[in-house]
Design a protein around this ligand. Structure first.
Ligand code: NAP
Length: 319
């Protein structure tokens, strides 16, 4: 059993920034990294918009640096998955399957969210080589190139509109007959001459060997096939926040994102804070997740000062 003042669940930019701040505040945090560790940036190649890296940096290297910085100030890590969280009383209980239990006087939930993918082998093979789930991150790489984008919700149209800053032609491929996106975004999208739509259309294969060269499409009820030559495929069919383990304990919104008090990272459970994409479905950037992680550490520090747990040990346990 490990007894800690602060457990941080998740090791993306939110969790590791929280760890940097919390360890510098002498809270001796324990990061339960999850397997694989590092979050969504581990699946990203070049990151060009993280401040401080004008020449760009590979996503995994950026996360290695976050981790090294947290370790430097005394953060401990357990590279394992949390299998159960019990927030019914303090100290909170986090079970690690066969690998024991952690009791924590406070918890920062930074478990992130995962982008939904179409589930095609060719999509997985070409991820980072023209297939992306983040227009803000990768749109810039498609200057002057034609792009296809899958989805019919608000995210899809926002991303498609953003991509028209770079691409002369963005084709939105939607499986349904009408868009789910809000009217205002639909109007804006339809007024944009660089955007076109294909309805009742699904992507059956991403074409290309080591970079995207096109997509194979199936249309309508009769399953007619065609190919569309594009150099990029953006998938914008939603995200799933990793909140399964806290469902029924933390207040979540209709899409499963952790709710926090306005202007704070505090959840409805005193001593439990939420940061990063597990809470934020709007901005979803490494730098905003890092900012929320910083806020969560400051909130936890204040909470622990005001609510000391008499049983908590300042000495870290094994791990
Ligand atoms: P969403 O509203 O759930 O839309 C997902 C879209 O992807 C739907 O059009 C869906 O098609 C399609 N889709 C899902 N699985 C698919 C698959 N396997 N193959 C092909 N298409 C698939 O998700 P979202 O757009 O990410 O939005 C999530 C929430 O955030 C929504 O409440 C949204 O309003 C909100 N949001 C708001 C804004 C804004 O207000 N500016 C911006 C972004 C997001 P069907 O329509 O056929 O189901």
């Amino acid at each position: 059993m490990d007894r800690v003042r602060l457990a941080i669940v998740g090791s993306g930019p939110a969790g590791l920034t929280a760890a940097i701040y919390a360890s510098r505040a002498n809270l001796r945090p324990l990061v339960l990294s999850g397997v694989p560790s590092g979050g969504q940036l581990m699946l990203t190649s070049e990151v060009e918009n993280y401040p401080g890296f004008p020449e760009g940096i590979q996503g995994p290297e950026l996360m290695d640096r976050f981790r090294a910085q947290a370790a430097k100030f005394g953060t401990r890590f357990r590279d394992t998955n949390v299998t159960e969280m019990d927030f019914s009383r303090r100290p909170f209980t986090l079970r690690l399957g066969e690998e024991g239990t952690v009791r924590a006087a406070s918890v920062i939930l930074a478990t992130g969210a995962t982008a939904r993918w179409l589930g095609l082998p060719s999509e997985e093979r070409l991820r980072g080589r023209g297939v992306s789930a983040c227009a803000t991150c990768d749109g810039f790489f498609f200057k002057g190139l034609e792009i296809a984008l899958v989805g019919g919700g608000d995210s899809a149209l926002e991303e498609a509109l953003f991509l028209t800053k770079f691409s002369p032609r963005v084709t939105v491929l939607h499986r349904g007959e009408s868009l789910r996106a809000s009217r205002i975004l639909q109007d804006r999208a339809r007024a944009n001459p660089a955007l076109s739509f294909r309805f009742h259309t699904v992507v059956t294969e991403v074409l290309g060997t080591d970079r995207v060269e096109g997509v194979r499409l199936r249309h309508g009820p009769d399953g007619e096939e065609s190919t569309l030559p594009v150099r990029g495929l953006f998938v914008a069919i939603g995200h799933d926040p990793a909140t399964d383990l806290v469902r029924g304990q933390l207040d979540l919104d209709a899409h499963g994102y952790a709710l926090t008090r306005p202007g704070s990272t505090a959840t409805n459970v005193e001593g439990v804070f939420a940061a990063g994409d597990v809470h934020d479905h709007r901005y979803r950037q490494a730098v905003t997740a890092a900012g929320l992680g910083c806020m969560a550490a400051l909130d936890a520090e204040r909470f622990l000062a005001e609510h000391p747990d008499p049983g908590e040990s300042a000495t870290p346990g094994p791990g």
